[in-house]
Design a protein around this ligand. Structure first.
Ligand code: ADP
Ligand code: MG
Length: 351
């Protein structure tokens, strides 16, 4: 676990050939944490595409060894959990895990405290189901903890692949919550992306932005839209899934090594074999098994009238659960008690 792993410079790696370190720096690797989130395969690809000259004399095995060394250095410095820990120790560590409030008590409770660091949280749902609204709210609330509403001054990285990020909406959410909106806005760093290859490159190089912006939360809205649009045919499905897999696994490593929370939205697709038209049953999150396996927490959103229903579809420790919420000026909000009961009574959802 490294909150500030970026401070450890590449030069701190011992018993590594200086020339190799020069080459790694040449490839844009600037810290030990950054190196530890990389794979030999990824680095070799970068070398051969951008650093042909520098790549000479470097092989997969050598790079694999230096990546392992980087990980071991982080463990030795106490920035990353040991390879083997007792379950007791792990319980202690999980107890101290940072969780970001969503700004809605009900939603936080549903999540078991808030959005977790060192995890990938997927939010899937139809258009208009509130995926982006949750992301905007998180931009504002990520710097508040559930106990104290103080601003912790961390950065938020927002990767916008659908061209839907609206700064004025985030400003409105911050203002409605009584925060210094200008200060909140300064801590949000938005990257607009139009091509899948650009998304892949940004995620591959995300470590340096996480360090630069002191980010504790990375949001990707949405993770799949570009790949889905560009790799549309059946014949390209395998390649799309492979590329998606590479992105997701990079995100898992970044979340763990930088001790950050990663939240991404996902689109839904109709299930042709479903004959019941009752929401989740007829729709499922896009991205297939690759997405399902990579996401630590999978949340599915549905519209119910003016309100929304979130369902925890998959989690390593949450019991199956649901929460209703609404969207207002403050972003996502708890339902009023009376309204909550009314929705309960009129809900057609049987589960
Ligand atoms: P998606 O799941 O496609 O990302 P959004 O998160 O953008 O959908 O949700 C869009 C919905 O959010 C709108 O239909 C509207 O109900 C609600 N919404 C957007 N802006 C506001 C606002 N300023 N105040 C209240 N509700 C809003
Ligand atoms: Mg959206």
């Amino acid at each position: 676990m490294s909150g500030d792993g970026g401070e450890s410079q590449l030069r701190g790696l011992q018993d590594v050939d200086q020339q190799l370190l020069d080459k790694l720096e040449g490839a844009g690797i600037q810290s030990i944490s950054d190196l530890a989130t990389t794979t030999a395969f990824e680095l070799m690809e970068d070398y051969y595409s951008n650093y042909d000259e520098a790549a000479r004399g470097i092989d997969m095995e050598t790079i694999s060894q230096v990546v392992i060394k980087a990980k071991q250095k982080l463990i030795a410095d106490g920035l990353l959990q040991k390879e083997f820990s007792s379950a007791e120790k792990m319980l202690e560590i999980r107890g101290k895990l940072v969780k970001f409030t969503t700004g809605s008590q009900g939603f936080d409770l549903f999540l078991g405290g808030g959005i977790e660091t060192q995890a990938l949280t997927e939010i899937a749902g139809e258009f208009g189901s509130g995926k982006s609204q949750i992301c905007y709210t998180l931009c504002v609330t990520a710097n508040m903890s559930s106990s104290s509403m103080s601003n912790k001054g961390n950065g938020v990285i927002f990767v916008d692949t659908e061209n839907t990020f609206r700064a004025e909406r985030v400003h409105q959410i911050a203002e409605s919550r009584g925060l210094d909106a200008e200060e909140v806005m300064k801590k949000i760093f938005v990257c607009k992306i139009y091509y899948s290859a650009h998304l892949e490159a940004i995620i591959r190089g995300l470590a340096k932005y996480i360090e630069q912006y002191k980010a504790r939360l990375v949001i990707i809205d949405s993770i799949i839209s570009l790949h889905r649009a560009e790799f549309a045919g059946r014949e390209t499905l395998a390649e799309r899934q492979q590329r998606l897999n590479a992105i997701l696994h990079k995100l898992i490593r970044l979340a763990e090594i930088y001790n950050i929370a990663v939240v991404y939205t996902n689109q839904v697709q109709a299930q042709p074999d479903a004959f019941l038209g009752n929401g989740y049953d007829s729709m499922r999150a896009a991205g297939g098994n690759i997405m399902g396996h990579a996401s630590t927490y999978r949340i599915f959103l549905r519209k119910i009238g003016h309100n929304r229903l979130a369902t925890m579809l998959d989690s390593p420790y949450h019991a199956y659960g649901q929460v209703k919420f609404t969207i207002g000026e403050e972003g996502i909000q708890d339902l009023e008690k009376t309204e909550s009961n009314a929705v309960e009574a009129s809900s057609e959802c049987g589960w």
